[in-house]
Design a protein around this ligand. Structure first.
Ligand code: ZN
Length: 555
């Protein structure tokens, strides 16, 4: 009896293993299937323009909550898109929501970036062509929805497994909050936010400060020092005569990206590694990456743009990927303490003041500033009040404030129109000669009428004011110690905090740089004071001169 020898053949199906790897790792999937403007994705290349080694780990990372603070031009929108498309082609019965700042950006991205990818052979049998619009795509049994965030994308009642937010700092504050319930019901619950930053503590910078803060670490090939790249440490001038101080022209090769220790060039065609600065934080995964890390962007080009940008803030945001705040009109505790000139709070009108003005910011908690104007034009803050709303007592806040105001006999009350229609109706009945509602505008047009002149409408009892200019007026007045304050107490401490939370930041729209008032925390007393100063301006007919904060001119 012979034993038949049967050869044992183990078939290794390499394409199947590759497929499994691609399903698991989004970066491998992108290399194989995802095109960028018709060309394949690359992460590591001898071509500096295609060498983006830091992208692949970000894309592979399946942490549920990722935040990326970045410069412009690093291809992170494509990374975001790759991850969403990988998710939608490798999972079942899932929904992804992709949010852009403006409708036009959403439409452009959908048409010029997403559509061409979905027309490649890999997607042909996966995309449902009968369910294909600019704002919705059906891929296998999954959905991709696109929305714009500024007009108020809301996620109430929306089931989402994957929320992607592009240019997070250009959205309304907290755009993601309404999606959180829907996300938490998902077994994935992925949230991805990425943006160039704006000012410290706001938007992507606020989010990344609560993360593990991954930094891309380069190892110097000359001295072995490990470091992440910063503008101050690593942008090094090697040609001392390379900058023409008159024209600010930079000769080629004047600057290098160099090691912070030995000052020799960092080889950005190499590969670094991501290292968390706060490894004990697990809730949020943060990445910071900038043009300093991009092999195809020279140090000279970075410095040239430093000179050419009209806004220092926007240079730091767009090129270095870092938040930036100009120190000029940031309010400090010292500013407040230097302004304390009253012995105590004033609880009623006195003969020292020729006019009384109140400013009110409505909200769940409403805030009121009461200002006294003397005959010589001096303005004092007489008192501050706040009150929590109560749904059982509809007009609680306005009746409370009106009761307080009676003892002051205010000449003008300027109240927030945005949140307080019914409250202001009641205010008109109580102080018909004094009460106005105020509408904010934010003008990008430097020549706009409302930008410099408050527009009063006496028949409708309304005033329309440029918000940025009005907030600047507040900050300059406090910074110039133009408003007398009562002694330090809990109220003044909160008032100070609200002023500190108010920041003027630069933004860009259609190539124009303009300023905008924003906040990095509660700013209600600052708004209330802005409303109050609008009233003071009406009485005095002269703006407090914001260009020269040491002088106040009154008729
Ligand atoms: Zn070195």
């Amino acid at each position: 009896m012979s034993i038949e020898r049967v050869p044992i053949i183990i078939r290794i199906n390499t394409s199947e293993i590759e497929e499994q790897m691609c399903n698991k790792f989004a970066d491998l999937w992108a290399l194989k299937y995802k095109t960028i403007k018709g060309k394949p994705t690359t992460f590591i290349s001898s071509n500096p323009f295609k060498h983006r080694p830091w992208q692949s780990a970000i894309l592979r990372d399946t942490h549920p909550n990722k935040v990326i603070e970045k410069s412009r031009q690093l291809g992170m929108s494509e990374v975001g898109l790759s991850e969403v498309l990988h998710f939608l082609t490798t999972k079942e019965n899932v929904k992804a929501m992709y949010i852009f700042p403006r409708n036009q950006q959403m439409v452009d991205f959908s048409k010029s970036r997403i559509k061409p990818v979905l027309q490649t052979p890999y997607f042909l049998d996966k995309v449902d062509k009968t369910m294909d619009s600019v704002t919705a795509k059906k891929i296998l049994n999954n959905w991709l929805f696109m929305r714009s965030g500024w007009e108020g994308a809301t996620g109430e009642g929306v089931d989402t497994d994957f929320l992607a937010i592009d240019e997070y700092d250009r959205m309304k504050d907290g755009v993601e909050l309404s999606f959180q319930e829907g996300l938490s019901a998902s077994k994935y619950g992925y949230m991805r936010r990425w943006s160039t930053p704006s000012i410290p503590g706001r938007g992507v910078n606020g989010a990344i400060s609560k993360s593990d803060q991954m930094r891309y670490i380069w190892t110097c090939e000359h001295c072995g020092t490990k470091q992440f790249l910063t503008f101050d440490d690593n942008l090094i001038q090697v040609n001392p005569n390379g900058v023409n101080s008159a024209t600010q022209e930079i000769a080629d090769g004047t600057f290098i990206i160099g090691c912070k220790k030995c000052k020799k060039p960092i080889n950005r065609m190499g590969i670094g590694e991501w290292v968390p600065m706060y490894p004990s934080i697990h809730e949020v995964r943060g990445y910071h990456i900038s043009q300093l890390d991009a092999a195809w962007i020279s140090a000279d080009s970075i410095m040239r743009r430093r000179f050419s940008y009209s806004s220092k803030q926007l240079f730091h945001n767009y090129v270095i990927g870092e938040p930036f705040a100009s120190e000029g009109i940031k309010i400090t505790e010292a500013d407040i303490k230097a302004s304390i000139r009253l012995g105590r709070e004033q609880v009623a009108r006195t003969s020292a003041y020729t006019a009384i003005v109140a400013g009110i910011d409505w909200g769940d908690i409403s805030y009121m500033c009461i200002l006294g104007v003397k005959s010589n034009g001096v303005v004092d803050l007489l008192n501050l009040h706040s009150i929590q709303d109560d749904s059982k007592i509809p007009l609680k806040a306005v009746t409370y404030f009106c009761a307080i105001l009676r003892s002051y006999q205010p000449n003008i009350v300027v109240a927030d129109a945005g949140y307080g229609a019914d409250k202001n109706s009641y205010g008109y009945t109580q102080f018909p000669a004094a009460w106005y509602s105020c509408y904010w505008t934010t003008s990008k047009d430097a020549h706009s009428k409302t930008r410099f002149i408050d527009q009063w409408n006496e028949s409708s009892r309304e005033v329309t004011v440029d918000k940025t200019l009005s907030i600047q007026r507040v900050l300059h007045s406090i910074k110039g110690h133009l408003i007398g304050l009562f002694p330090w107490c809990e109220k003044i401490a909160m008032f100070t905090q609200h002023l500190k939370n108010t920041v003027i930041m630069d933004e860009e729209s259609d190539g124009l740089v303009y300023s905008r008032a924003t906040r990095v925390g509660p700013d209600h007393y600052c708004c209330a004071l802005a409303y109050g100063l609008i009233g003071v301006n009406k009485l005095t007919n002269y703006n407090i001169n914001v260009n020269n904060s040491t002088s106040v001119e009154f008729i």
